[in-house]
Design a protein around this ligand. Structure first.
Ligand SMILES: Nc1nc2c(ncn2[C@@H]2O[C@H](COP(=O)(O)OP(=O)(O)OP(=O)(O)O)[C@@H](O)[C@H]2O)c(=O)[nH]1
Ligand SMILES: [Mg+2]
Length: 364
């Protein structure tokens, strides 16, 4: 899973990046921060993986991972097309979902936080970037469509129809993900990597002095129309405090969390929210070589889940042996559960569930 942190300049993106990754990337109060993105890969906390590793003592234990990218800030002039510089566009376009960091602390230059306006400004930049792509492409199709025939013409006609559906939505400041598209229509424009097609979390970065107002400020932010779009979430964290927490090692961190009565670091909470935002689940594989968690979209069939491991597994899929994690724990091992007839044999249409321990049977 790849998540990209975006937001207006000085909203605390890099601070939040450090909070989510335990990183020490340079934050800065001054304009003209560095352009090179910060990138980090973190393990998705999953106590089931640790428990299974205890049982199997495998050679290797592999958690699912999330990759965070922290890029330079957008310009504030919403809708002027300066917002998403070419240099960072590729990083946003590649992400599975976006985390828009919204300033929730007093700033010497910018003053009190204005979370609704800032969230909307970020949204408008994404809209503008998508609209520019559509407006650039439409006249080209109109010019070429008369010159092509057969399948090529059909594809172009479909692309044209979809772009004409998307355009008014963007002009009304909505989002590509708010437009109802069939799977074929969605595929026809996938290549554009529309930014507003991506699920997004507006994450308010609340300063310590405003912590008591965190809920109220988040409610203000949630009044912005852009937060009401489909596959959109809002949340908050205390970025600087969480950055300090994330930068501590194990024991110090536990003590710190206890002192502040924090039950779960924001880093873990945000990963869970991201799974919900994307509609992802985890399934597990076990054995003497490796215990591992894999992430797939909810609703994935057994062959699709197999494909997350290897494309051969998907192509040569025969059946899947499936055992819910809780039942494996109750029986002690996959083999014991199998002996007692607890392992189900599932076919191609089976939908994999979160926490399923799966063994794929395939031939290549
Ligand atoms: N009080 C307070 N200040 C913060 C918080 N988060 C960030 N800041 C300050 O805001 C300034 C910018 O923080 P960064 O994390 O570098 O912000 P950024 O969005 O990455 O900035 P650019 O990448 O330059 O756009 C720094 O001076 C931080 O100390 C916070 O939670 N509380
Ligand atoms: Mg930064």
């Amino acid at each position: 899973m790849e998540l990209c942190l975006i937001g207006l300049p000085k909203s605390g993106k890099t601070t939040v990046f450090n909070a989510l990754t335990g990183g020490h990337a340079q934050t800065s109060a001054f304009a003209g921060g560095k352009v090179e993105p910060n990138v980090a890969v973190v393990r998705v906390p999953d106590p089931r993986v640790e428990k299974l590793a205890e049982i199997y003592q495998p050679k290797k234990t592999t958690h699912a991972t999330v990759k965070y990218t922290d890029i330079a800030g957008m310009e504030r002039e919403a809708g002027h097309g300066k917002g998403v510089p070419e240099s960072v566009l590729q990083f946003i376009a590649r992400a599975d979902a976006l985390i828009a960091v919204v300033r929730g602390f007093e700033d010497a230059v910018q003053g009190a936080p204005s979370p609704a306006a800032d969230a909307e400004a970020v949204h408008l930049e994404l809209v503008f970037s998508d609209l520019a792509k559509v407006e650039n492409r439409l006249p080209r199709i109109e010019r070429s469509i008369g010159k092509v025939t057969g399948k090529e013409k059909e594809n172009m006609a479909l692309e044209l129809a979809v772009l004409e559906k998307i355009k008014p939505a963007l002009e009304a400041n909505r989002a590509v993900r708010a437009v109802d598209l069939t799977p074929d229509e969605e595929k026809a424009v996938r290549g554009f990597q529309f930014l507003t097609a991506k699920p997004i979390m507006y994450l308010l970065n609340v300063g310590e002095s405003l912590a008591s107002q965190a809920e109220a400020l988040t409610a203000q932010m949630s009044a912005a129309e852009c937060t009401q779009l489909p596959r959109t979430m809002t949340g908050w964290l205390e970025g600087e405090l969480e950055m300090e927490i994330a930068q501590l090692d194990g024991e110090d961190r536990a003590a710190f969390l206890a002192d502040y009565h924090i039950t779960e670091p924001a880093a873990d909470r945000i990963i869970r929210m991201s799974y919900d935002l994307l509609g992802y689940i985890s399934f597990l594989t076990v054995g003497p070589d490796e215990v591992r968690a894999w992430s797939v979209p909810a609703g994935s069939t057994a062959p699709q889940a197999a494909g997350a491991i290897h494309s051969d597994f998907e192509r040569g899929f025969i059946r899947a042996e499936v055992l819910p994690y809780e039942e494996l724990i109750a029986m002690g091992s996959f083999a014991a559960a199998k002996k007692h007839g607890k392992v189900r044999l599932e076919g191609k249409t089976h939908i994999v569930q979160d926490g399923d321990v799966v063994n794929f049977l395939f031939s290549v």
